[in-house]
Design a binder for this molecule. Structure first.
Ligand code: BES
Ligand code: MN
Ligand code: ZN
Length: 483
């Protein structure tokens, strides 16, 4: 599907369909399409009710005219709508077109605004996403929407939206790949391929090098699997002197069975998504390579598969992480934080000003916030605020949780080692974040996003399909672009 900017004469335009995005209470059809068309639309609205509520869609056939089909897509009230309203509405329009088997359309808004243009492009690209490569029995007559034109002169906003949404779709597809296809080795190959295609630096460390570098935490988590762990380091360097340096770290458990503390079947299902943070990092690096900000960006992934076996790590094990701290294993299913211990230590050694990690870290975060909101933790109030602000526009919901409860922190600081990998039943998302904090060097601004909930969608919603969501790709890329 191509998404393009178009700004020709609307009064003579001939196209298979047009989509008008309208606010609630302002349903008078846009005059821009010319008197004849808007008159016919007004006539149709005398018999059909359309209020313009968010999520409302109406198709009005106008046979014999220049535009034989007009869609009205509701945005809700102007006060309540934001960029994400347009993103969702755009996806809804593309989904309606696919259902009606309409090949092309012009998307039209009341006013032009770069954020809206970008959101419409994002919604169109995200809304057309499908993961059907494993369906060999295709539909009888396969159909794809072939062309979306957005009525705008702002090519730059449109291109940015396309790049961001394509990066998110790329992350979604990687998340949707099962554990028999993506394991630590093949994930590393994917990173290499990405680097080659987009001109990034890429270093891959195998299980021997991982041990040599002192990343015994990552190595331990991965050693129960017959596909050994990999450490992935992608770098984007701008031309000329960078304004800033940032590291993005992703949890990369290609499958999380729980290990010796094995998960019950119901909980093990969908654990191919435990690499969502890593896939997000690959998506971000892809977008950054295309958008070329004046910032040095490091993408870091500790990839492992958590399996039970004779060589698996065990409860009671005491492991030395890269930064020299010792970790006592209480539960092998709290493996993500153990792999991140080394990834964050490695990232700290690069001396970035900011580290942001994304991890499907705890079920507890879903208990706290529900499955549609990521937990946000940070040692920097201003970093947290910037991320919250950006997330309002991207629609990737974040909610800040505290790291300052020193009494709670004690729960991971008892026992024979420096730190223990679980903190008991209560505040599980917080004690997990506090564990991570142990591996970030003093003086580095750090934020952790616990994306256990929103990384995966159980159903189709807005611009999401069932499955991987690519959550975080747009928010963190926008953050980097704003540095
Ligand atoms: N990958 C899981 C967390 C998770 C749960 C992600 C559900 C997405 C959906 C993580 O490795 C895990 O198993 N966490 C445990 C920690 C516990 C053993 C302290 C959990 O949340 O139950
Ligand atoms: Mn686990
Ligand atoms: Zn996990």
């Amino acid at each position: 599907m191509v998404v393009d900017a178009w700004e020709g004469n609307l009064k003579t335009l001939e196209i298979k369909s047009a989509v008008l995005f309208v606010y609630e209470g302002e349903v008078r059809p846009l005059q821009k399409l010319g008197r004849a068309i808007s008159g016919r639309v007004r006539k149709a609205l005398e018999v059909k009710t359309f209020k313009g509520k968010e999520g409302e869609a109406l198709s009005i056939p106008l046979p014999g005219t220049r535009i034989p089909l007009v869609y009205l897509i509701g945005l809700g009230t102007k006060e309540k709508s934001g960029a994400d309203t347009f993103r969702k509405a755009s996806a809804l329009a593309v989904k309606a077109m696919r259902k009606d088997r309409v090949e092309e359309s012009l998307f039209l808004c009341q006013k032009e605004d770069p954020h809206i243009t970008q959101a419409l492009a994002e919604g169109a690209v995200l809304g057309s996403y499908r993961f059907d490569k494993y369906r060999k029995e295709k539909e009888e007559e396969p159909f794809e929407v072939s062309r979306i034109l957005i009525y705008t002169s702002d090519k730059e906003a449109l291109e940015k939206g396309k790049i961001l949404a394509e990066a998110q779709n790329y992350a979604r597809s990687l998340v949707n790949e099962p554990g028999n296809v993506i394991n630590p080795e093949t994930l590393a190959q994917e990173a290499k391929k990405l680097a080659k295609e987009y001109g990034l630096d890429c270093k891959i460390y195998d299980e021997k090098q991982i041990q040599k570098m002192g990343m015994l935490a990552l190595w331990s988590v991965g050693k129960g699997s017959s596909t050994p762990p990999r450490f992935i380091h992608l770098t984007y360097k701008p031309k000329g002197k960078p304004k800033d340096r940032i590291a993005i770290v992703g949890k990369g458990l290609t499958f999380d069975s729980g290990g010796l503390n094995i998960k019950p079947g119901d909980y093990m299902r969908t654990m191919k998504m435990d690499k969502s943070g890593a896939c997000g990092v690959l998506g971000i690096m892809r977008a950054i390579a295309q958008l070329k900000p004046q910032v040095e960006v490091h993408g870091i992934i500790g990839a492992a598969e958590n399996m039970p076996s004779g060589t698996a790590y065990r409860p009671d094990d005491i492991i030395r992480a890269k930064n020299g701290k010792f970790i006592e294993i209480d539960n092998t299913d709290a493996e993500g934080r153990v792999t991140l211990a080394d990834a964050l230590s490695y990232a700290s050694e690069l001396k970035p000003s900011v580290i942001i990690d994304m991890a499907t870290l705890t079920g507890a975060c879903m208990v706290a916030l529900g499955e549609f909101t990521a937990g946000l933790f940070s040692n920097s109030e201003s970093l947290a605020r910037r991320l919250e602000e950006i997330s309002k526009g991207t629609g990737e919901r974040l909610w800040k949780l505290p790291l300052d409860d020193e009494r709670l922190r004690k729960k991971i600081k008892k026992g024979p080692a420096d730190v223990i990998n679980t903190g008991g039943r209560y505040g599980g998302a917080i004690t997990a974040a506090m564990f991570l904090e142990e591996f970030v060097d003093e003086g580095i601004e750090w934020a952790h996003l616990d994306i256990a909930g929103p990384a995966w969608s159980r159903e189709e919603y807005g611009y999401y399909t069932q499955g991987g969501t690519g959550f975080g790709v747009r928010t963190l890329t926008e953050f980097i672009l704003g540095l």
